[in-house]
Design a protein around this ligand. Structure first.
Ligand code: CA
Length: 239
């Protein structure tokens, strides 16, 4: 999928040249000639990078930058500045712009900086995903993942809604994959030591959870071990 670059630049000629060059390189582009139009386009569509002219009438590039960075730091922003705008460059970098290029610029240099900013952003996203998975509250096995804090549950890419009790039950199984757990163990851990009901409640809740995560899939995870209890594991061919 083509990466999308938003050009915010009031000089039409420069904006058009940038658009032609970027589209020739395979990027998708959008142009805004004022800061306010730029902010509208920014909010309405998904952008991978923003080229932002600093000297814009009415709402300056610095103001546009401030408003974007007030909500997020993930979209890379490269400022387009004039030679004598040193102060703006420094301010812009302080406010969270990723880079700047001074007009008049060589298009090859700008393209190189765009590639660097996009690559940096892609690496960062990859690391963010890894960090989420390193999270001690995140558990996964066999296409099932659960987050203890956010309470998010996913099975084979689908989001699953569980009641609090169902969540505790499935979390206990997920934390002990491939281990057979007896009804008594499950009762102790999920319902607590003060629960005096009979172990049938475990079977009832296992059935609820199965309905939600295993029903109609060819990847069932919860298996009954007759006379003992339950085990969460991927189906193997030996069974
Ligand atoms: Ca300008």
């Amino acid at each position: 999928m083509a990466e999308r670059i938003l050009i915010i630049e009031d000089e039409e000629k420069i904006a058009r040249v940038l658009q032609l060059e970027l589209e020739f390189e395979g990027y998708e582009t959008g142009i805004a000639y004022t800061g306010s139009d730029g902010l509208i386009l920014y909010r309405e569509q998904q952008w991978d990078l923003i080229l932002l002219d600093i000297m814009l009438p009415v709402i300056s590039g610095i103001d546009v930058l401030k408003r974007i960075r007030a909500t997020e730091y993930s979209t890379p922003i490269i400022m387009l500045t004039a030679k004598d705008e040193l102060e703006d460059k420094v301010t812009g970098l302080d406010l969270g712009a990723n880079d700047y290029i001074t007009k008049p610029f060589e298009i090859e240099e700008l393209l190189a900086r765009i590639r660097v900013a996009l690559r940096f952003q892609r690496e960062k996203q990859k690391n963010d995903v890894k960090d989420i998975k390193k999270d001690i509250y995140f558990h996964e096995y066999g296409g099932l993942s659960m987050h203890e804090k956010t309470r998010e549950v996913n099975k084979d890419g689908l989001s699953i809604d569980l009641t609090p009790r169902e969540f505790e039950l499935l979390l206990y199984l997920l934390k002990h994959p491939k281990q057979v757990l007896t009804r008594e163990q499950i009762l102790d851990r999920v319902w607590g030591y003060d629960y005096y009901g009979d172990t049938n409640v475990v079977d009832v809740y296992i059935r609820y959870v199965r309905q939600k995560i295993d029903k109609g899939t060819n990847n069932p995870l919860i298996h009954t071990v007759r006379g003992v209890g339950y085990v969460l594991k991927e189906k193997t061919h030996e069974t």
